[in-house]
Design a protein around this ligand. Structure first.
Ligand code: DC
Length: 217
């Protein structure tokens, strides 16, 4: 049992990381840092500015000028709430593309470390336990089968009113896994010392029970 200052949750897209992180934040009094939201905000800003996400130099230059804030569940870009605009399948793909660039990652990591100063934080991402906070006291690697993850994304998007196709989403999930795991800088891997939780076929409550055993009340 631990009373960690920093909890990291890594894992592939759609494993339920942000839902779990939010719940841990609520139950144990942590601040939730959603690292994917920062990449999504940068991807969105690049698209709005007409910048090709593959153009590292331009994306980095832009990223350095942005003011991104995480307020509860909302994401503000230069003071404007863009939450609904970035939590879309396209927002995820754009995020994954800008996240390929080393310097973009460095900008994001700096922001995240700054946000975490002096707070108890739970952070979800792809490299939270390996790169952003390698000395975190509790590291979780949350995963689930690609089919299960695609099904969850599909249901979530349908609920939000998007017209989506399960096969397309599954294809996107597999492609995003491949990109996130094969990128050169800070790829998605299981951090050393992480507790691996497979959420396939498990409810949020069941996963939380496993996590609760790892945290001191
Ligand atoms: O967690 P998410 O779906 O909001 O993340 C969107 C994309 O951002 C994901 O495909 C990869 C990238 N990402 C990353 O590279 N590193 C992180 N720590 C978080 C997200």
């Amino acid at each position: 049992m631990l009373n960690p200052q920093i909890i990291t949750i890594d894992g592939p897209a759609g494993a339920g990381k942000s839902t779990l992180a939010k719940e841990i934040a609520k139950r144990f009094g942590y601040t939730h840092l959603d690292s994917g939201a920062l990449y999504r905000a940068i991807g969105y800003a690049a698209r709005e500015a007409g910048i090709d996400p593959a153009d590292e130099e331009k994306v980095v230059k832009l990223a350095k000028t942005l003011k991104i804030e995480l307020k509860e569940d909302r994401v503000l870009l230069n003071g404007k709430d863009i939450t609904g605009k970035i939590r879309t399948p396209e927002g995820g793909t754009l995020a994954s593309r800008v996240a390929q660039h080393r310097e973009v990652r460095e900008v994001v990591v700096k922001i995240l470390r700054e946000l975490a100063k002096g707070k108890r934080v739970v952070i979800d991402g792809r490299d939270a336990g390996t790169y952003i906070f390698p000395r975190a006291q509790l590291k979780i690697y949350l995963t689930a089968s690609p089919e299960e993850r695609a099904k969850r994304r599909y249901e979530e998007l349908i609920k939000k009113g998007y017209r989506v196709n399960y096969r397309e989403i599954l294809k996107e999930v597999i492609e995003r896994d491949r990109k996130d795991a094969s990128r050169e800088f800070a790829p998605l891997t299981v951090p050393e010392g992480a507790v691996v939780i497979d959420s396939t076929g498990k409810s949020l409550e069941e996963v939380l029970k496993e996590v609760e055993k790892l945290i001191d009340p």
